[in-house]
Design a protein around this ligand. Structure first.
Ligand code: HGY
Ligand code: MN
Ligand code: MN
Length: 415
């Protein structure tokens, strides 16, 4: 084994940095509440920038707040290898979803600096804006604007539930950068992330070599009926969207189970009634619909089946069903060369590994539009994520960072 192959990150330093980041927006239940472009996100961004500056990295912030910490290579003509992930969280999120990839990226650069190792290509660590899509839709907004998946103007105009735009929120926290968004491609891109599912833990596998990401569609489904008094109005005279919603939900879950199991996914995370008064039958209800499938054609047929089933339930009830398409993310297959580099790095480090497709969306979905890309997964406890109880061990964080280190070295020095 060469000296370089024997190189490893400082796992305890990485764990301390993860702990430090988890204190920003920490919740009493041990998770984080760090919504995109919030005061907590600003503090996380400030910490990322400060750590990067300590390492002598140059930090740039683009117009939609994406941050890039850069370490020069020996050959200025070469395009960079990008690492990183995101620092924003779900409302009651876990402490590793996102920060593991960002802080492991910094740990890789710090390890190289300590070892006096220079790479041919430059390395950058990204912190992408609004990956979660929980405050501003759609998800992976900053990376999507960067790759051209979303028009910058549309991304900046996206509003949160209280009507605040991305642009105003960026100004509020001082992260409306000057650097243009996008317009550059990368030699390669790698993202370390927790799996957020049970596969690796059940397989007792240390590392996931991620070959792609399943497809996802987001909709807002609004069912419109008639507002009326909760007391005097007889049940048979109501045009009640809540009753129609109940029947629609049962039918949608039945269709998923009968026709799209086991890969299909259906989630309703947001449910609202208007006017939201206890003693008025709602005039309308709005629910979010998140559907996912690893096969693009099956995903499209899921969408078609659900809309036709809901129509069949609503029409005879006199309920209007309106589907607003919020986000469309077809399945992505990552670059074979980058996938091989991740597998080779796992072998160099002596970790057990397996290839897999990501069930969750990640910024790498958009980065793959403009660069050869792959991801690295480590298991998380019981496969639980988007939950304050999200947990990994220091050893798992270290293993992921070591694979990131060696895959980055290979890709940055490849001739
Ligand atoms: O939606 C997702 O899969 C990711 O967490 N943004
Ligand atoms: Mn994430
Ligand atoms: Mn997430």
């Amino acid at each position: 084994m060469t000296a370089t192959e024997a190189l490893r990150v400082d796992g305890s330093r990485l764990w301390r940095r993860l702990d430090e980041m988890a204190r920003l927006g920490a919740t009493p239940a041990g998770g984080v509440h760090r919504l995109a472009l919030s005061a907590e996100d600003r503090r996380a961004r400030d910490l990322f920038g400060a750590r990067a500056a300590e390492l002598g990295l140059s930090v740039t912030v683009d117009r939609i707040g994406n941050m890039f910490a850069r370490r020069e290579g020996t050959d200025p003509a070469l395009r960079l290898v990008l690492l990183g992930s995101h620092l924003d969280s779900q409302p009651t999120g876990g402490r590793f979803d996102g920060p593991l990839g960002v802080l492991a990226g910094l740990e890789v650069l710090e390890t190289l600096r300590e070892a006096g190792i220079e790479t041919r290509a430059p390395l950058e660590v990204a912190n992408w804006t609004n990956e979660e899509g929980t405050r501003f839709a759609p998800a992976m907004l900053g990376s999507g604007a960067f790759s051209g998946r979303f028009a910058l103007a549309d991304a900046l105009a996206s509003t949160d539930p209280s009507g605040v735009t991305v642009e105003a929120a960026l100004d509020e926290i001082g992260y409306a950068g000057q650097t243009p968004v996008g317009g550059r491609s990368f030699r390669a891109a790698l993202e370390l992330h927790i799996e957020q599912g049970p596969t690796l833990e059940e397989a007792e596998c240390e590392v996931g070599v991620v070959t792609g990401v399943q497809g996802a569609h987001w909709y807002d489904l609004t069912l419109r009926g008639e507002e009326t008094h909760a007391g005097p109005t007889p049940m048979e005279r109501r045009v009640d969207p809540v009753e129609a919603l109940g029947a629609s939900l049962v039918r949608m879950y039945e269709v998923l189970a009968a026709e799209f199991a086991p890969e299909g996914r259906l989630t309703h995370g947001v449910l609202e009634a208007r006017p939201a008064s206890r003693n008025t039958v709602p005039g309308e209800v709005r629910i979010s619909v998140d559907i996912r499938h690893p096969d693009g054609e099956r995903l499209e047929s899921m969408a078609a089946r659900l809309t036709s089933e809901v129509a069949e339930i609503c029409e005879p009830r006199g309920i209007e069903a309106v589907w607003a398409h919020i986000w469309r993310s077809p399945p992505v297959r990552f670059d074979d060369g980058c996938v091989s580099a991740v597998a080779a790095a796992a072998r160099v480090c002596g970790y057990s590994y397996r290839e897999m497709v990501s069930g969750a969306g990640h910024d790498s979905v958009h980065v793959a539009d403009i660069a050869p890309t792959a991801m690295i997964f480590v298991p998380c406890e019981d496969g639980v994520s988007h939950n304050e109880s999200e947990r990994i061990t220091p050893e798992q964080a270290e293993a992921g960072a070591n694979v990131l280190l060696h895959a980055a070295l290979a890709l940055a020095n490849a001739r």
